[in-house]
Every structure is written in structure tokens, then in C-alpha cells.
Write a protein that binds this ligand. Structure first.
Ligand code: NAD
Ligand code: MG
Length: 395
């Protein structure tokens, strides 16, 4: 690495599954000899956040939760690392100058700090799909106005990004998102009705954070990814296909007007997509498992079942209706996810609640400002909360 010319990076959500993998990639690519870390952020895992800050030499460490400020301060006393807490500090972490920002906070909490990074023109490695689902065109516009690049980290979208040929957008017929099908791929609705969060979080192929693991079981993760794809690749809803592919080896595909289909394959390991986003347009050398095709022997595909997994139908509905429907879907899903994990509602209730909130809010048009996005998001959360409370009273 060129010592005089270190890349300045920021990791929003460094303590999560993507954040930890990002730091691993950074270390594989030279660590402190190659990178200067402007800021890292976490939430409740203060011990890990402090350990990471010391190891990577971060200038600033932020916890989202103000009540953890004293613990973080204590853990980093005498290190010279700046410490801060709360919503404004998260935005400050995104706003502080750096060349590249990993957006890996989970949920809509990641929106404001990622926007701060996008607006100042940083290149964004986007893991946080929720901010794109929620703010859509406005988020894409903020990136364009800032002048930085938006490089997807979600494995499917990284695969599509890698399979898109320059200047051939007019020849793209369809994009095909692969889905593992999650732990309940072969289950009936009756079987799914009684599952707990502990059962639902056990993903067959990927090791990930809690929300995306539950979202893989309900296929709400794929629902969010359909909307994410629309905004990243500027395609029409009918150009977005989903195919269940249980091995998660083909990470997604692009179909062209000549009948060709280009795909990106690999072992299910997020470090490949993270490394690609970090060094784009170069490819890094990474110590990850290589595909062994003889061992693999076969790849399977099956059509998704929208009756057992209504999330896919809801995503299609959100895409067709446009406006703030995707933001509403995303917000209601986040609230339902928390209620499911708390044991307040059943697994299948999540999609019911999301659909009802979407129906209640069909008259809301497009958002032309971020404030309107936040307002629709807040209203969807309130409505979802009301439905969950009524559901409990009835039970
Ligand atoms: P995670 O739960 O493991 O980590 C989330 C991170 O966000 C942690 O650093 C946590 O401290 C922080 N955080 C949590 N709540 C917060 C709040 N209210 N305010 C600020 N920070 C908060 O999640 P993850 O699996 O790493 O996923 C992160 C994002 O990446 C999600 O948007 C997810 O959809 C996306 N993603 C993850 C994977 C994966 O393999 N894990 C793959 C594709 C996309
Ligand atoms: Mg994905």
C-alpha cells in the first residue's frame, strides 16, 4: 500500500454482521497501512465498538444510543479517539470527510447518516437497503447531486451491478433476483404460523443480522430487494423477476435482448461483495472460499410461491402503486418484525399487518421532500403499532 495516500473510509454500523465483515476485508487489504478510518458507529455492543476503534485507529467512534455514551467514553479513555452518541452524532459520522462509506446500519435508522455521506459526495457501499426502499428517488438524487458513486453491497445487487455491461442499458430485458427461499422454503403456512424468532432466524446459507435473517424467512428481504433493484438499476417493475435458488451460488442475473443471461456466482460470503464495493472498479484479492463446481454438482431453481410468501406480492403492489407505498411497506415491516421478535404477533401476522397499513395509506401520493418520506414512515409505524395492539387485545 502507498503509505502517503491512504484511503479514508467510514463504517456506519461497524459492529453488525456487515460491519465486522467490512473490517475483515479492510484488514485483508492492508489495514492501517492502506486505510485511514474517519469514523465507525454502533449501537449497544460497546465492548466490540471500542475494540474495533482501537484496532483500526478510528478518529471517531459513535454509539447510536446516548445511554451508552459513558461506557464508550470509559472504554476509549486515553486513546485519543473521539467519542460521541445519539442521532446527531451518527449524522456527523456520515458527514465527516472520507472517500468511501459503508452504509451498514440496519433499518431506517441508517437513512439520515447515509444521506449525510451521500450529500457530501462520498462513494457509498450500500448494504442498508431500507434507505433506498424508503427514500427511493430522493436518495438516488442525493447521491447524484453529491457526485459520489453508489455501489451495491447486497449480494444480489452486487451481482447485477457486476453483470451489467456499460452502455447496454437499452438491451437489458430483465433482472433476475435469486432467493434462497429461507428456512421455510418447503413449509406450509400452517407450519409457519407457530414459529418463534429463534426458529425463523436460522438461515440455511448465510450468517447475517437478526432483521435480515427473519426477512429471509418471510421473504420480506426479497420484497425490499425488488424495490432496491428498481431504484439502483432504473428498471420497470415488470422487468424484475424473482427465482428461488436454494444453494445461493448464483447471486443474481441480468437478461439481455439477445437472449443472453449474465450472472455472478460465488460462495455465500458477503466479503466478496464488500470487497468489490470497496475497490471498484478494481477487484481485490480476497481470502474467501472458492467455488468447487464438482462438489456443487447441481444448482436448483423453483418459482416463488406468493401465497405462502405474500411479501413478494406486496412488493409488486408497492412497485406498481409507486409514491410512498414502498416507504410504508418498509416501515410497517420494521415494526412488525420487532413485534414478532418480542412474541407479540405470529410469523404470518407480519405480512397481514404490512398489507393492511399499505391499504390504509393508498391515498398518500409521492414524496417530493425527505420530510414527506419521514412523515409517511412515521404514520406507517403508528398505524402498524395500532394494528399490533388491537391484534393483542383481540387475542
Ligand atoms: P446487524 O443487525 O448485524 O448490524 C446492524 C448494525 O447497525 C450494528 O452495527 C448496530 O449496532 C447498528 N444499529 C442497530 N440499530 C441501530 C440504530 N437504531 N441506530 C444506529 N445504528 C444501529 O445487521 P446486518 O445483518 O449487518 O445488516 C446491516 C444492513 O445490511 C441491513 O440493512 C441489511 O439489510 C443489509 N444487508 C445485510 C447482509 C448480511 O449478510 N448481513 C446482506 C445484505 C444486506
Ligand atoms: Mg441480499
Amino acid at each position: 500500500a502507498d503509505l502517503g495516500n491512504k484511503r479514508r473510509i467510514t463504517i456506519l454500523g461497524s459492529t453488525g454482521s456487515i460491519g465486522v465483515n467490512t473490517l475483515d476485508v479492510v484488514n485483508q487489504l492492508g489495514g492501517r497501512d492502506a486505510f485511514e478510518v474517519a469514523a465507525i458507529t454502533g449501537n449497544s455492543n460497546i465492548a466490540l465498538l471500542a475494540e474495533q476503534a482501537k484496532a483500526c485507529g478510528a478518529e471517531l467512534a459513535v454509539t447510536a444510543d446516548e445511554k451508552h455514551y459513558p461506557a464508550l467514553k470509559d472504554a476509549l479513555v486515553g486513546t485519543g479517539i473521539e467519542v460521541a452518541a445519539g442521532a446527531a452524532a451518527l449524522i456527523e459520522a456520515g458527514a465527516r470527510p472520507s472517500d468511501w462509506v459503508m452504509a451498514a446500519i440496519v433499518g431506517t435508522a441508517g437513512l439520515a447518516p447515509t444521506l449525510a455521506a451521500a450529500s457530501r459526495g462520498a462513494d457509498i457501499g450500500l448494504a442498508n437497503k431500507e434507505c433506498l426502499v424508503s427514500a427511493g428517488e430522493l436518495f438516488v438524487k442525493a447521491v447524484a447531486e453529491g457526485g459520489g458513486r453508489l455501489i451495491p453491497v447486497d449480494s444480489e445487487h452486487s451481482a447485477i451491478f457486476q453483470s451489467l455491461e456499460d452502455d447496454q442499458h437499452h438491451a437489458v430485458e430483465r433482472i433476475v433476483l435469486t432467493a434462497s427461499g429461507g428456512p421455510f422454503r418447503t413449509w406450509t403456512r400452517e407450519q409457519m404460523a407457530g414459529v418463534t424468532a429463534d426458529i425463523a432466524r436460522a438461515h440455511p446459507n448465510w450468517s447475517m443480522g437478526l432483521k435480515i435473517s427473519i426477512g429471509s424467512a418471510s421473504m420480506f428481504n426479497k420484497a425490499l430487494e425488488m424495490v432496491e433493484a428498481k431504484h439502483l438499476f432504473n428498471v420497470r417493475p415488470e422487468q424484475i423477476e424473482v427465482i428461488v435458488h436454494p444453494q445461493s451460488v448464483i447471486h443474481s442475473m441480468v437478461g439481455y435482448s439477445d437472449g443472453s443471461v449474465l450472472a455472478q456466482l460465488g460462495c455465500p460470503d458477503m466479503r466478496t461483495a464488500i470487497g468489490y464495493a470497496l475497490t471498484y472498479p478494481d477487484r481485490p484479492t480476497l481470502n474467501v472460499e472458492r467455488l468447487d463446481f464438482a462438489k456443487l454438482a447441481r444448482l436448483d431453481f423453483e418459482a416463488p410461491d406468493e401465497v405462502r410468501f405474500p411479501a413478494l406480492r406486496l412488493a409488486r403492489m408497492a412497485l406498481e402503486r409507486g409514491g410512498v407505498q414502498a416507504a410504508v411497506m418498509n416501515a410497517a415491516e420494521e415494526i412488525s418484525f420487532h413485534a414478532f421478535c418480542a412474541g407479540r404477533i405470529g410469523f404470518l401476522d407480519m405480512a397481514d399487518i404490512v398489507e393492511r397499513v399499505m391499504e390504509e395509506m393508498t391515498s398518500h401520493g409521492s414524496a417530493t421532500t425527505m420530510d414527506q418520506v419521514f412523515a409517511a414512515d412515521a404514520e406507517a409505524r403508528r398505524r402498524a403499532g395500532d394494528l399490533i395492539a388491537r391484534n393483542e387485545l383481540a387475542a
